[in-house]
Design a protein around this ligand. Structure first.
Ligand code: PGA
Length: 255
């Protein structure tokens, strides 16, 4: 069975004290039985949060990184720096990176490869916009994001990759994909990974759902066969809803 993975993407929120406190409370109160848990603080708080979570088994992820190892890239942070700050993971290709900051599939792919080469785990985000869904392009967009994002990634490296399906129209909008809509895309992506790699790799891949996941819709979403956890934005900024989503993952997977 795939171990469910619930990660909180804090985006550009919290201050140093608030980030450390939230991390500590999640660690103190969560009975993470059977579930992998992660948090993604803003870059500047990665060290403090990693320090606070040392020895707890909770993953710390950066929300982005650059693909070069060092050099004249003002404002950027390399995968090695992310590791050095104490994180073990990085979110790559989040829709806000793609749509607000113009990240291309090619850049996303370079980041994925560079992060894996540095030894980080990667959460690769994919997902269609509302226009794309209405134009029946959901599968082709998710296929492109997955295929291009994983170009050059070897089957052995896939053990360090998690895919997050996040329909853009559901992020921060309060609109969630129905469990059926999400499951359909998750099954499609798993089938695609089986074609790109092999069945074993596809069966082992965790595919998180993201987009307005809340305490009250998490159970139904994660009860779907191919939904292996959640990438949670807004509801990860407070302890109770985030813990409730972790508990929903346990319940959904019979843990
Ligand atoms: P949301 O964000 O849960 O606030 O919709 C999810 C995400 O962007 O990862």
């Amino acid at each position: 069975m795939r171990k469910p993975y619930v990660a909180g993407n804090w985006k550009m929120n919290l201050d140093r004290a608030g980030a450390v406190k939230l991390a500590q409370e999640v660690a103190r109160q969560s009975d993470g039985r059977g579930v992998e848990v992660g948090v993604a603080p803003p870059f500047v708080y990665v060290s403090a949060v990693s320090e606070a979570l040392r020895g707890t088994g909770i993953h710390v992820a950066a929300q982005n990184c650059y693909y070069e190892a060092s050099g004249a890239f003002t404002g950027e942070v390399s995968p090695g720096m992310v590791l050095d700050a104490g994180a073990d993971s990085v979110i790559i290709g989040h829709s806000e990176r793609r749509h607000i900051f113009g990240e291309t599939d090619e850049q996303v792919n370079k980041k994925v490869r560079s992060a894996l080469a540095a030894g980080l785990n990667v959460i690769l985000c994919i997902g269609e916009t509302l226009d794309e869904r209405e134009a029946n392009k959901t599968e082709s967009v998710c296929e492109r994001h997955t295929r291009e994002g994983l170009k050059g990634v070897a089957a052995e490296q896939m053990a360090k990759v998690v895919v997050a399906y996040e329909p853009v129209w559901a992020i921060g909008t309060g609109k969630t994909a129905t469990p059926g809509q999400a499951q359909e895309v998750h099954a499609f992506v798993r089938g695609l990974v089986a074609k790109l790699y092999n069945k074993q790799t596809a069966d082992a891949l965790r595919i998180q759902y993201g987009g307005s996941v809340k305490a009250d819709n998490a159970l139904e979403l994660m009860s779907q066969a191919d939904i292996d956890g959640a990438l949670v934005g807004g509801a990860s900024l407070k302890v109770e809803p985030f813990l409730a989503i972790i508990a929903a993952a346990q319940k959904a997977k019979g843990l």
